[in-house]
Design a binder for this molecule. Structure first.
Ligand code: HEC
Length: 119
């Protein structure tokens, strides 16, 4: 029997093309499913808590539960000494022995606004 020597290669090529199409179809479906999953969770944007709650969670240990200070300074009059921007900067970047990054950036903003009114 005389066989065309090209046929095996042609079969491999066709199988290869079919696999590429099938896999990219499967991959696309999976990616869509992943996107849907991700959107499901990221759409609920994290709630920024009330400033006094954020304070209670992140700051009380050093500044006291009534802002009157402990290992950190008294903050009851902090709005007299510092502007909102300066306070926000301290919350984000820390100062001296106060650690940085205690809150998210959004929380730092609402906290700073709240503390700037303490005068
Ligand atoms: C680990 C202890 C610690 C924690 C937690 C902490 N602080 Fe401080 N904070 C300090 C210390 C110590 C200073 C004084 C730093 C200096 O002046 O060198 C300070 C200074 C400050 C100042 C400047 C006060 C001034 O009069 O100069 C502000 C405003 C402040 N903290 C706000 C916050 C807020 C808001 C939080 C919560 C997100 C917080 N701190 C959490 C220790 C802490």
């Amino acid at each position: 029997m005389i066989r065309n020597p090209v046929i095996p290669y042609a079969i491999i090529a066709i199988v290869g093309i079919v696999m590429v199409v099938v896999f990219s179809y499967i991959g696309d479906n999976q990616r869509q499913a992943m996107n849907e999953e991700e959107n499901g969770t990221t759409e609920e944007t994290e709630e920024v808590g009330e400033p006094d709650e954020v304070y209670a969670n992140s700051c009380v240990s050093c500044h006291g539960d009534d802002l009157s200070g402990a290992s950190g300074p008294d903050l009851t009059q902090v709005g007299d000494r510092l502007s909102e921007d300066e306070i926000e900067d301290i919350i984000i970047n820390g100062k001296g022995s106060m650690p940085d990054g205690l809150t998210s950036l959004e929380e730092a903003e609402v906290l700073a606004e709240w503390l700037a009114d303490m005068k």
